[in-house]
Design a protein around this ligand. Sequence first.
Ligand SMILES: [Zn+2]
Length: 382
Amino acid sequence: MPSKPHGGRLINRVLEGRRKEYRLREAKELPFILLDDQEYRDLENISIGVYSPLSGFMVSEDLDSVLRDMRLSNDLPWTLPIILDISREELKRFKEGDEVALVYRGKIVGLLNVEEIYSYDKKIYVEKVFKTRDPAHPGVKRVLGYKELLVGGEIDLIDFYKDNFIDYHLTPKETRLLFRERGWKTIVGFQTRNAPHLGHEYVQKTALTFVDGLFINPVIGRKKKGDFKDKVILEAYKTLIKNYYPKNTVVLSIVRYEMRYAGPREAVHHAIMRKNFGCTHFIIGRDHAGVGNYYGPYEAQDIFFEFPDLGIIHLFFREFFYCRKCGGIANEKTCPHSMEDRVFISGTEIREDLRNGVLPPKEMMRPEVAKTILSMDNPFIE
Ligand SMILES: [Zn+2]
């Protein structure tokens, strides 16, 4: 059986059929809030249940509780604020108790019931979430740029923003159905923003040894210069799965989500998202969701001990490398040899080779995967 949704019930706030048409007509008469990419993606994830039990943007009681205790006000583990910011100027258009339309890229995509409009302390916010006030941290930088007020309340989704990944964009309801159809009782979730190298493959396969199925869930969202494009990551995974995984052991599906780079807190959030997709287990690697040197390499693993009631089993992994003496892929828990015997799998080196049109060493990346990437135009974000 796939795991129970976080909080016990899968949230569905997607309007359909005649109700959707009716509500859309109404929405056209309402004041509106413009959403940015992150806000739209959060709206989408609330509405399809990825963020269950959230049914809207957080009110102050929940935000305070999440910042202070890493739990919602009902005591359920929850580590990241899911909030909607507005300016005083926007506030002139509506008040508490009103309904507003949510607009993204020129289209009405949702509705918000304005339950509470409130102010917040950005310093406390960033210190709690990112454990630093350093404006050079990308997550801190973003929060410091938020507008001065927050608006909380329940949402409804009217329309999905259509992108090129629609065939690989399953909702938690759909993944749960798929896991059941396949008869999987245990499923391990893997979060990624990268084209797969051998280190990733060994982490996944080691986990897969103990469970029925593997759920590879790439994050589609804002990337930085030099990252693999979303389409490249997806195609690379398709090639890897086709050539190196037994049939029907993997489900590959994307999630649209904006990384916060909040390290430990975000690792727990990633686990909760995958629990909602139906995963019973979740993989946490070295410096999961980290950036720069803000977090210790295994801080994102240690935090899980604070949540015995999370409802998903954490699987911690050390970094894999190729060891000449072992004659294969190993990690520091399985290999006694010296650093000189080890070839570390370097994402930077792999990207460098690919940029020069060269196949990376086969100890680092499967040649089929590398060839798939090389066959694509401009695989990197410029
Ligand atoms: Zn060794």
